[in-house]
Design a protein around this ligand. Structure first.
Ligand SMILES: [Zn+2]
Length: 426
């Protein structure tokens, strides 16, 4: 299912299916897809419910359709929900389809043919795009890295009003739970990140490494408004699942999520709006890489790159516009090899310790103090501030899929989630 307030509709559907005696084999999966698709629903997410039931696929499809028709504002632009029902096991062709939907633009036709090839059932509203996310969510098994998010929902009368969250309780929770949760707060701006902005029904989302962690963290929060319901999702958020395909520059396609290795061609420059851009080159071509203004201090890192630096860049390809060339929107920067930078200075007099002046064109250098002479400038290496490592924008500029810095040192060892659905409805 995709489109509209996807996770909220999924939560209602879980409630319905639960009342029909359906067994849930996993937490509801919240799957984020290629964030660079231009017509995506906000966040480009879809939910997959893995269930065991006496109901046949048509009955399940019917229940999901009823839920969508009850809860979505069908007809709103960008509200194109879709449903796919598939009998287990998930064929490898569907897993491959999911990888495509994570990293590039796929068409509804590709989704429809993939569904009919494996004998699945599908239903879509509006444009048929919703079906892409729905199918891709089924095919993403989250076998490798994954995280959890507890999403709490607002009661109807509060939707559209400011969220009444006690900031102190968020800070306390972050302090205590920082080793098993992530992106609660943006450290650079101190902005609270667990509450979204905008008129959606989500009150807050707490992201972390296990169902226990997000549950405990959530219950440390204090709200001055009612909580309608909450549900824990298992998700590919915070895993960099989309940044896996390596490309040569000549192969880059618009709106893809890519990894490219190359050499910085020119010194980065700051353009209007505070964005920082630099050209990156490999044997096959050149692409402009951009760190946009919302990436904050990350831009200061990018500005310190020098021509000749070997880097690996991760991000999305933005199509060329009227006056803008094709641009790689940086989500992550790995410095592989810093070049040695040299500067030349006028020589220093060995007797007086003073810097010499040019004695005229091709005349060498002369000390104004004692008349001493030298033939050439001295070369000096410049110390580099950057290190050969990965640099990331601050969490507030992250995509849902971006793996945050704090997760780099975490392993899933010892964190084995119980395959048990957890939610709360009034
Ligand atoms: Zn001198």
């Amino acid at each position: 299912m995709a489109g509209g307030c996807t996770t909220r509709i999924a939560a209602s559907l879980v409630q319905t299916l639960d009342s029909k005696g359906v067994a849930f084999l996993d937490h509801p999966n919240l799957i984020r897809l290629n964030p660079n698709v231009p017509w995506k629903t906000r966040g480009n997410g879809a939910v997959c419910l893995r269930i065991e039931s006496e109901l046949d696929s048509e009955e399940v499809l019917e229940l999901a359709a009823e839920e969508i028709e009850r809860s979505s504002r069908l007809g709103d632009p960008g509200t194109d929900p879709g449903i796919v029902v598939l009998i287990d096991p998930v064929p490898s062709s569907i897993a491959e389809f999911s990888m495509e939907a994570l990293t590039r633009v796929v068409t509804p036709e590709e989704a429809l043919s993939a569904i009919s090839n494996v004998g699945g059932e599908g239903l879509s509203y509006g444009s048929t795009r919703g079906i892409i996310g729905a199918l891709a969510a089924i095919g993403t098994r989250l076998n490798d890295d994954y995280t959890f998010e507890l999403i709490a929902y607002r009661s109807k009368s509060f939707i559209g009003k400011p969220r009444l969250v006690d900031i102190e309780s968020v800070l306390r929770m972050n302090e205590e739970m920082r080793s098993v949760t992530f992106n609660n707060i943006d450290p650079e701006s101190r902005r609270i990140l667990i509450t979204p902005r905008g008129p959606d029904p989500i009150l807050c989302g707490v992201r972390g490494e296990s169902p226990e962690a997000v549950c405990k963290a959530f219950h440390m929060l204090r709200f001055r408004e009612p909580i309608e319901a909450w549900m824990i999702f298992r998700t590919n958020q915070g895993t960099d699942a989309h940044l896996v395909r390596h490309y040569r520059i000549s192969e880059l396609q618009d709106h893809s999520a890519v990894v490219v290795e190359g050499i910085v061609k020119e010194k980065p420059r700051t353009i209007r709006g505070g964005h920082v851009i630099f050209p990156l080159e490999d044997k096959t071509g050149l692409v402009h890489c951009a760190a946009y203004e919302p990436t904050g201090r990350f831009r200061e890192i990018v500005r310190k790159l020098e021509p000749g630096d070997r880097v690996r860049v991760f991000g999305g390809i933005r199509a060329a516009g009227k006056e803008i060339p094709t641009t790689l929107n940086l989500e992550k920067l790995e410095i592989l090899k810093l070049t040695v930078c040299m500067v030349s200075h006028n020589p220093i007099c060995s007797r007086c310790g003073k810097r010499m002046k040019s004695a005229g064109r091709e005349q060498g250098y002369r000390c104004e103090c004692c008349g001493g002479h030298a033939t050439s400038k001295i070369q000096q290496t410049v110390g580099r501030v950057l290190e050969e490592r990965v640099y990331l924008p601050p969490p507030r500029a992250h995509r849902h899929l971006t793996k945050p810095e704090v997760r780099y040192l975490r392993t899933r060892d010892g964190i084995s989630p119980r395959p048990l659905a957890q939610w709360h409805f009034p």
